[in-house]
Design a protein around this ligand. Structure first.
Ligand code: OKP
Ligand code: ZN
Length: 343
């Protein structure tokens, strides 16, 4: 399987985040992608290709144009306002406040275009976001050209980014971009299978009223886990999308047996939908040693995930999302891919 990777991810570095009452170095850090790349090499998964540059038209098919145009302005505006550190929001237009006016200052705009304070900017962030988008589209083109599978080693991740909001380390929703891209290339139906520990709230929001893109999410129950405000089992899609959004919330402590029950049900629904292509939002923060997560999957479980996905028998694009146990992130992410190849 070919991997697409860009070194430009590394400029998105030194960010901080707010967690448990403290400002700490962000868990979403450059070493994540480097460990995965090293494992792709040591396992001889296949060639590692650089991305081709794409304009932002494909991003603007799933995000609003004003949101995408805002992203490259953040760091220059932040610097111009005299600040250093990580650019991040601290005020949001929540219920009862006005969400229809976009204020002028950078602090207000950051809040206007986010659902939390978890997507932060440093100098190299926009170039990293753009490279991650290019990685996803380049890998998608490989599958479109006939490769049975490809691995988009995206960083930053994307599945928390909605049509007009960032959050949870995510800016452009890479999986959503490529799902729409496959549709525009002639795929009749596309399935997104999101196996990240956290609910892909952005992906759900983008496609909630769509019948042509099925979204299947396996994740920790949002009653008790981030991102909290979406991802319940009764969210099944709206209008033409009714029945095409499937959520599998699971309790803290879930290990392979429980998780696999959801995977099997999701795969059955996916097969019944008969898509032309599958996009896997590949998070490996379901791992027992993940520092911010509460599931109990073991390294030996990841190849089983890959094997099950291979049995779908469909062209498959893996798009990297979360996973924060950096020592094992390569073993687990690449474990899914070697399992998919049954080796
Ligand atoms: C991104 B992905 C409080 C802690 C919130 C955010 C986790 C984002 C996960 N600021 N943690 O789905 O792996
Ligand atoms: Zn996650």
């Amino acid at each position: 399987m070919k991997t697409v990777f860009s070194p430009l991810h590394a400029g998105h570095a030194g960010n901080v985040e707010l967690i448990s009452g403290a400002i700490v170095p962000a868990f979403e850090k450059p070493s994540r992608a480097e460990f995965i790349k090293a494992r792709v090499e040591s396992e001889k998964l296949g060639p590692i290709l650089p991305p081709e540059s794409h304009d932002l038209a494909a991003a603007k098919k799933v995000h609003t144009g004003d949101y995408i145009d805002f992203l490259p302005t953040v760091w220059p505006l932040w610097e111009a306002s005299g600040r250093t550190g990580s650019a991040m929001p601290f005020t949001w237009p929540t219920r009862g406040l006005r969400g229809d006016v976009r204020p002028k200052t950078i602090d207000a705009q950051l809040g206007f275009y986010s659902f939390d304070g978890g997507a932060t900017f440093v100098k190299g962030t926009w170039d990293a976001i753009k490279s991650s988008y290019d990685v996803a589209l380049t890998a998608a083109a490989l599958v479109k050209a006939g490769e049975p599978s490809a691995f988009a080693l995206c960083r930053p991740p994307g599945h928390h980014a909605g049509a007009a909001f960032m959050g949870g380390y995510c800016f452009i929703n890479n999986a959503a971009v490529v799902a729409q891209w496959f549709r525009d290339q002639g795929a009749r139906r596309v399935s997104i299978l999101d196996v990240d520990y956290h609910h892909g709230n952005g992906t759900q929001e983008i496609f909630y009223s769509r019948g042509d893109i099925q979204v299947i999410n396996l994740h920790a129950d949002p009653m008790t886990e981030y991102p909290f405000f979406l991802g319940h089992a009764d969210e099944r899609g709206a209008g033409p999308g009714e029945g095409f959004n499937l959520n599998y919330p699971m309790p803290f402590g879930t290990s392979w047996d429980g998780w696999n029950t959801s995977l099997e049900d999701g795969c059955a629904k996916l097969t019944a939908y008969a898509p032309d292509v599958v996009i896997v939002s590949l998070g490996v923060d379901t791992f027992e040693k993940d520092p911010i997560s509460q599931f109990k999957l073991k390294s030996a479980d990841y190849p089983r995930i890959g094997r099950r996905i291979a049995r779908l028998g469909l062209p498959t694009l893996f798009v990297m999302e979360g996973g924060y146990a950096v020592e094992e992130i390569g073993i687990n992410a690449v474990g899914v891919l070697t399992g998919f190849e049954d080796r």
